[in-house]
Design a protein around this ligand. Structure first.
Ligand code: AMP
Length: 114
């Protein structure tokens, strides 16, 4: 997979403060927050999007969602609730071609999204 902003973050080329990190995943704040709390959870494995995941990635995808739960709690979103989103491809509005889950909260979020 070609280099992306997120692969540069993972390599340390672009420095960010991780809110969470382990062997398989990292989480950090979105640079252009769309809500009072806007976090990104990404795998270290360079998957292009959810659509690029295969059955062998089932545990990884489950783990990423668990990390969303952990960072949401850390950010104080547990009581008020939050939203987890992954954008896929052009119609999904994906701008970085490295799988990521957005964790959004801190205000009431509209539904349906635009
Ligand atoms: P998406 O549009 O779903 O692909 O989401 C990509 C997200 O990455 C956007 O919300 C961007 O604001 C965010 N983003 C881009 N560059 C950075 C960066 N250097 N650090 C943190 N977040 C970033």
């Amino acid at each position: 997979m070609s280099e992306t902003i997120f692969s540069q973050i993972l390599s340390g080329e672009i420095p960010v403060d991780y809110l969470y990190e382990d062997e398989h995943a990292v989480a950090f704040r979105d640079i252009a927050p769309q809500a009072p709390v806007h976090l990104l959870v990404i795998p270290r494995k360079p998957l292009k999007s959810l659509q690029a995941a295969s059955p062998s990635d089932t545990n990884l995808i489950g783990h990423l969602l668990q990390v969303c739960q952990v960072v949401a709690k850390k950010a104080g979103l547990e009581d008020g609730g939050y939203r987890v989103v992954t954008n896929v491809g052009t119609d999904g509005g994906q701008s970085v071609e490295h799988l990521h889950f957005h964790v959004l909260g801190g205000r009431a979020l509209a539904w349906p999204p635009g």
